[in-house]
Design a protein around this ligand. Structure first.
Ligand code: C2G
Length: 133
């Protein structure tokens, strides 16, 4: 069985997230998604709008996702790759090159991001249409 692994915050879940997870799942038989905990997001300097439990539940509800695990910190990737016998680690290409050290443990792919959509742009749109109006 070819196991795929990825990580992310997945805040304000949108079509860019869907398309990434769909393409990753199509690379194998089982997709594991590490959803960033609220504490890890603080380490990343991000504050998600939605709590970890909600973000994890949404990601886990997708037909493309077979398993959700918490992402607590940067170094856990190697442990997870070995623990879950991962064949391919994948991310969107805004991360291109950032995880190449994982090539020692599994294949690493960076897939093109979906243009025109991001959690940040969604937040701006909501603000402009509601608060600033
Ligand atoms: N993504 C995408 N297209 C978009 C927006 C996001 O393909 N329009 C991808 C990103 O490249 C990433 C995934 O969706 O692979 C999740 O994006 P984020 O929730 O922003 O994840 P991030 O905060 O980058 O966390 O250890 C890795 C980090 O946890 C990644």
């Amino acid at each position: 069985m070819k196991i795929i692994l990825t990580y992310g915050t997945f805040d304000l879940f949108h079509v860019g997230h869907v398309r990434l997870l769909q393409r990753l799942r199509d690379l194998g038989d089982h997709l594991i998604v590490g959803v960033s905990t609220d504490a890890f997001n603080a380490k990343k300097g991000k504050r998600a709008t939605m709590a970890y439990s909600d973000r994890a539940e949404i990601v886990g509800a997708l037909r493309y996702v077979d398993q959700v695990i918490p992402e607590h910190d940067w170094p856990q990737k190697i442990t997870d790759i070995q623990k879950y016998n991962v064949s391919i680690f994948g991310m969107g290409d805004d991360w291109a090159g950032k995880f190449d050290e994982l090539k020692a443990y599994c294949d690493v792919v960076y897939l093109p991001r979906t243009e025109g959509i991001s959690t940040t742009s969604l937040k701006s749109t909501i603000y402009e249409r509601n608060v600033a109006a």
